[in-house]
Design a protein around this ligand. Structure first.
Ligand SMILES: O=C(O)c1ccccc1N[C@@H]1O[C@H](COP(=O)(O)O)[C@@H](O)[C@H]1O
Length: 208
């Protein structure tokens, strides 16, 4: 299963988390986030990573020019769009970025939100479902209603995010059966500072 650990800010932690088993790391390019990193910080963090670990930049309502420049300068292999980006925006971005993974995040509070997924799948590589929060775009630590996802079968791979922790991850995966998972605050000491013991426990639970 694909496991993305998001909100990495420190080069040392990025290598340690990859060694523990993460298949993708996320770098927050949203200036209002406490986990925000600059292009230089991303360069420092991805420099030592094994080639097979995906490096995903997380954006929210950034322009195509901004995203393209960041991808080019920092060696990202994918982008996660966590704002109100439209299907047309995803399609245009895909044309601009070429061989870069596009992950569209939907913040879900109702079936109406979930049904939006169908409008995106032909323009993106991967869908991500996160919890909706009225004041925060992401990294909220809130779970979404997993019951709603019982019959969720989009026509592209998808990741479950939102409030996952070493304690609830096995239940989430068994109940919802996503193609992968994405965690941020559930494996942190504080925003931007990952707790490596919690990350290790996460992989232990997943392997168990
Ligand atoms: O983590 C952030 O600060 C952030 C800011 C803006 C957009 C997305 C952000 N993070 C994403 O939020 C989800 C879930 O996080 P959590 O596990 O509930 O803390 C995850 O996909 C992050 O990529």
């Amino acid at each position: 299963m694909r496991v993305k650990i998001c909100g990495i800010t420190q080069p040392k932690q990025s290598v340690a988390i990859a060694n523990l088993g993460a298949t993708a790391l996320g770098f927050i390019c949203v200036p209002s986030s406490p986990r925000y990193v600059t292009i230089e910080q991303i360069q420092g963090a991805v420099g030592q990573l094994p080639k097979n670990v995906d490096r995903i930049g997380v954006f929210a309502n950034s322009s195509i020019a901004e995203i393209s420049q960041t991808v080019k300068d920092s060696g990202l292999t994918g982008v996660q769009l966590h704002g109100d980006e439209s299907p047309d925006f995803c399609s245009l971005l895909g044309e601009n970025l070429g061989n870069i993974e596009i992950i569209k995040a939907l913040r879900v509070r109702s079936f109406e939100d979930l049904n939006l997924a169908a409008n995106y799948t032909k323009y993106i590589d991967t869908l991500l479902l996160d919890a909706y929060h009225p004041q925060q775009l992401g990294g909220t630590g809130h779970t979404l209603d997993w019951e709603m996802l019982q019959n969720f079968e989009p026509s592209c791979p998808w990741l479950l995010a939102g409030g996952l922790t070493p304690d609830n991850v096995v239940a989430a995966v068994n109940q919802v059966k996503p193609d992968g998972i994405d965690l941020s605050s559930g494996v942190e000491v504080k925003p931007g500072d990952k707790d490596l013991d919690k990350v290790a426990l996460l992989f232990k639970k997943l392997r168990g």
